[in-house]
Design a protein around this ligand. Sequence first.
Ligand SMILES: Cc1cc2nc3c(=O)[nH]c(=O)nc-3n(C[C@H](O)[C@H](O)[C@H](O)COP(=O)(O)OP(=O)(O)OC[C@H]3O[C@@H](n4cnc5c(N)ncnc54)[C@H](O)[C@@H]3O)c2cc1C
Length: 496
Amino acid sequence: MQHRGKEIDVVWFKRDLRIRDHAPLAQALRDGRRVLLFHTFEPEDLAHPTTSNRHLVFRWQAWTSLCAEVNALGWPVKTAVLVAPALDVLKHLHNSEGISALYSYEETGLAHTFDRDKEIARWARENGIDWHEHRQQAVHRGLKHRKQWANDWHKTMHSSVTTATPGPELKRFEVPDWPNAWCCAGAPSVTHGMDPGGDGPFQKGGEREAHRYLQTFFEGRVKGYRRQIGRPLESRKSCSRLSPYLAWGCLSMRQVYQAYREAEVPRAKMDLKAFGSRLRWQGHFIQKFESECRIEFESVNRGYADFPYNGTPESLEAWKRGQTGIPLIDACMRCVTETGYLNFRMRAMLVSFLTHHLDHPWQAGVEHLARCFLDFEPGIHFSQFQMQAGVTGINTIRIYNPVKQGLERDPDGLFIKEWVPELADIPIESLHAPWTQPPMERLWSGVESTYPEPIVSVEAAGRAAREKLWQFKRTGAVREEATRILRVHVAPSPLD
Ligand SMILES: Cc1cc2nc3c(=O)[nH]c(=O)nc-3n(C[C@H](O)[C@H](O)[C@H](O)COP(=O)(O)OP(=O)(O)OC[C@H]3O[C@@H](n4cnc5c(N)ncnc54)[C@H](O)[C@@H]3O)c2cc1C
């Protein structure tokens, strides 16, 4: 296309809501003349069953804080936040002003965002627009094996962070009017009617908030990380809580990794090491999703396609509402519904209970928890769900006993009592398994009328699931697929 003089360079922010260490932004500021930064809430996203209002509010907060920083820096650029399909926004701009180049990160997203990106790539090609799509945190599109992956991850983490500086050509300009229906003065809401609700407090979106969490973690919260990471109550402080900031891109993993390498926290060497060793899992899982995105819908191991499940709609509902009669399960579900956060072990236990004890396929719960987790990250979420459901064929089968987990991880029952107040008066000896309470005590405590009986026998359901899973793991189809998965998704030597 001919340069018409007033064309715009467009930076499209997706799951990368930051201005620091943002390569597409840095490139556009350096090379562009009239630069527009935009973020859009796409109708398809608002209707998607993995989206919840907490995600939209977080994105809104992150975007407004990004704009405030841009203003404070005095950059001569324009910003826009809209409710419209990204392709429509681009077409509108191109028809009115012309777009000279589009800048963004590659997104390892859900099927509908991948399809959208393919359509935008086609449209940009047809209209002679260069789309500078930058690689996201050591995740490679089209990767066939992991031989170089770990090395590349380390190289990326050690490379310099990008700094955006306005170039000499940058000029102030006016953007065209947007259609009224696209404008929004606050976070939009989901349109699917399955929002988990929840009053929070949710972590607040934005780059500044992200750096605050990073700073306080290395100033001291990291002490005790190893001991507390498995505990539902203590982990809320001792874990970094960086996940929503990484998931929505208020921080890059490189920034976190470099802060970790520089951190000096007295008497926390082993805690720091344990934290550092987890960071690469984020990229590992996102790469896995990038290489095999069908796992949004199917188990990575195709041998499990016919695995028989017999869960009932009632048990699924009880799981979602935190009404299973198993105290730690209910406490975890109620907590994540209200606050958007749960530590790794308790997430794993919720999925284990759903798929093993209640006998549901992982697909039955994956969207519900995606909506609950403020840090919903497709790459991690779908893989982790399948690992915990025991349908990869390459991981150890783990069936968590929620009573045992409660005794180990919440020995004083503080977490359970906070989230299941119906059990507040139960003595600690029976708290983790109220059905073991002597009948008279049970009557006096009044628990019978306020808290449900357990919907399954933890022991018997766990045993049955174990037998079924082990039988299936030995089938030819599962083993064949396991070999393929190891070849494609696992590094030939340990990652470090
Ligand atoms: C069923 C299930 C679903 C999950 N879904 C998500 C999700 O949607 N988004 C998400 O960010 N995490 C997910 N996780 C992984 C993990 O639970 C969270 O990353 C972690 O609890 C976030 O808390 P934190 O930031 O305080 O973690 P920290 O322990 O402080 O770790 C720092 C960062 O390292 C990365 N990380 C740590 N552990 C893991 C892990 N096991 N796998 C991948 N990355 C890891 C994350 O980016 C995390 O923010 C899931 C785990 C399970 C079992």
